[in-house]
Structures are given as structure tokens and as C-alpha cells.
Design a protein around this ligand. Structure first.
Ligand code: FES
Ligand SMILES: [Fe+2]
Length: 318
């Protein structure tokens, strides 16, 4: 393939006229790749939010693995994360107020913060510049920092983080992403001419896929992409050739805990970090605030469908 990948015309074709992929999409191969991913070390780290969600003027509340959490920043920008229940009478600290680096409980004014007074201790946390992580120590050996995939330099990129929650387990999200063969069948509005060039075979545990992204009716951008799992709850797609080479889409599947119906909930927190060596991209970065909602909208339909895939997988198993 050519080093420069111009935008190409994509002739209209019948959805049903594509080559079926079910013969190649071996359930055993997908399962084995998902299982190897599940066996990797996470060091007990979980992505819980976009970095930009956590602010110094108000707390951010969420749940990870059944634990209520609250996060905010001090005035120096340092991330603080800890239990979401007030140690006094259990008020939700996410409803508190940040006053001079300290989070003050709404019910009776108890202050919690980095100093760990009054029975509230911050948890280990990490801000990688795009995503906020928390370490909830459990069955695995803890690591000092999360296992991060390679990313393009943030200074030359546009980063967008989105989140969608589903009724499934993290492994269902990972298994969906480790089935590249569904791309042009299940998402024909986004992908066409999809060919799986290489399947994961340890030690080279990644998919290599050639695919054309549809950008407008009859027009597409061909790229080569790789899919790999650096840790058990993350799948990374890296564009290795073509427009946007070096761009990544990190899909993080974070278990939230059971919902009111007792079934598991999982958050899909996805970071798209787009880069390009095209001159126009510098302009695009200036226009980033305008581009971000478009990037989000383009991806929203993909997520709805992929979440339905993952939820279906869980429903059949449970
Ligand atoms: S419940 Fe938080 S101060 Fe009383
Ligand atoms: Fe998909």
C-alpha cells in the first residue's frame, strides 16, 4: 500500500453482497485472545473519568467495582480520590464543596483531604493527562502506576473522552473489540473493505486490520490499524499506516458494581487521541473545541451497537 493514503471513492455496494466473515471469526480464537488479555497485570488500577472531569471547584462522584468514590483537585492541580462516603454519618461527599483544596461535607462540615484526617484516607491515583485512574487494591499485586499504552504526544493531538455504561462485565467489552470481523457487517455506516491481516499469536498478541473509514457518502479513508490489550481492561487501536498514523483509540472497561437488579454494570471509557502529520491538522487542533462534539457524535452510533453486542454476550452467558 502507498505511504500516502488519499481519500478514496468507495463505490456503493449492497450490504449483503460483502464477503461473509463468520468463517474467519473463530469463537475459540476470540475467546483465547480475551482470556490472555484477562490474565495480564493491571496492578489494580481502574480508569474512572476523563482528566477534564475532575476539577478544583467541585467534587466528582462515581462508583468503581462497587465502591463509591469522590475525586477533585487541589489548587496545584493534583488529583485526589477517595471513598465517597463521609466517615461521620455517611453523607455523599460528591455533594460536598471544595474549599481551599479540602472537600467539606454538606451535612456537618467535616473536611477531608490529602492529610487523611478524621478517618478519610485518599486512595492511590494517577492522572495520565487524558484519563484519571484510581487504584483499588484487591486480588492482584499492586503496581505503582497503571499500565499505559503508547500514545502520540498530547501537545500535537486532539483528545476526546466519552463514556457509556452497559449491563455486562468488562470482559464482554474486551471480547467485542477483539472481534474485528464484525466491523463492516455490524457497522457498515462506518467501515468498509475490512480485511484482517494478522490474528494475535503470542508473543505478537495483536490484530492487524486494513479498513476503510467512511467519512461521507461514497468517500472513505483507508488505514491499517492494530488492536492489542496492554492490560486486562484496556483495548488499544493504533493507526499504524495511513491518515492519522499514530492516532490511538483506547477503550477502557471499568466495572462499576451491580445495578439495582443485581446485574453487573460496566463503564466503557474511551479516549480517542488523534494526530496527523498533515499541515491542516494544526488548524484542526485550533478548532478542537468545535471538532470534539463531531468526533463524539461520529462515535456514538458505534458505541451503541458495540455495547449491544457486549450486553448480548453477557445476557447469553448469565
Ligand atoms: S455526615 Fe459528613 S459531616 Fe456529618
Ligand atoms: Fe464494533
Amino acid at each position: 500500500m502507498a505511504r500516502r493514503w488519499p481519500i478514496q471513492r468507495v463505490p456503493r455496494a449492497l450490504w449483503s453482497a460483502q464477503e461473509p466473515t463468520f468463517g474467519d471469526a473463530s469463537p475459540a480464537l476470540i475467546e483465547a485472545a480475551a482470556k490472555r488479555a484477562g490474565a495480564r497485570a493491571s496492578g489494580n488500577w481502574f480508569v474512572f473519568a476523563a482528566s477534564t472531569d475532575i476539577r478544583a471547584d467541585r467534587p466528582f462522584g462515581t462508583r468503581v467495582d462497587g465502591r463509591e468514590l469522590v475525586a477533585w483537585r487541589d489548587r496545584a492541580g493534583t488529583l485526589l480520590v477517595g471513598p465517597g462516603e463521609c466517615p461521620h454519618l455517611g453523607a455523599p461527599l460528591a455533594h460536598g464543596r471544595v474549599v481551599c483544596d479540602t472537600l467539606v461535607c454538606r451535612w456537618h462540615g467535616l473536611p477531608v483531604g490529602a492529610d487523611g484526617r478524621f478517618g478519610w484516607e485518599p486512595l492511590p491515583s494517577h492522572d495520565d493527562g487524558v484519563l484519571a485512574w484510581v487504584r483499588l487494591d484487591g486480588p492482584e499485586d499492586p503496581l505503582p502506576e497503571p499500565v499505559l499504552p503508547a500514545r502520540p504526544a498530547l501537545a500535537g493531538s486532539v483528545a476526546v473522552v466519552t463514556r457509556v455504561d452497559g449491563v455486562c462485565e468488562p470482559g464482554d467489552i474486551i471480547a467485542n473489540r477483539l472481534d474485528p470481523w464484525h466491523g463492516s457487517w455490524f457497522h457498515p455506516y462506518s467501515f468498509t473493505r475490512l480485511t484482517v491481516r494478522a490474528v494475535p499469536e503470542p508473543p505478537d498478541d495483536r490484530f492487524v486490520v486494513d479498513v476503510t473509514f467512511r467519512v461521507a457518502p461514497g468517500i472513505g479513508v483507508p488505514v491499517r490499524a492494530e488492536f492489542a490489550c496492554p492490560e486486562p481492561r484496556t483495548v488499544v487501536m493504533t493507526i499504524t499506516e495511513g491518515e492519522g498514523e499514530g492516532s490511538v483509540v483506547e477503550t477502557h472497561a471499568t466495572p462499576l458494581g451491580p445495578g439495582a437488579d443485581g446485574r453487573p454494570r460496566t463503564a466503557v471509557i474511551e479516549a480517542t487521541i488523534a494526530t496527523s502529520d498533515r499541515p491542516g491538522f494544526a488548524l484542526a487542533r485550533k478548532a478542537a473545541p468545535a471538532i470534539r462534539p463531531l468526533m463524539r457524535r461520529a462515535a456514538a452510533r458505534l458505541w451503541r451497537d458495540d455495547l449491544a453486542y457486549a450486553e448480548r454476550r453477557y445476557a447469553l452467558r448469565s
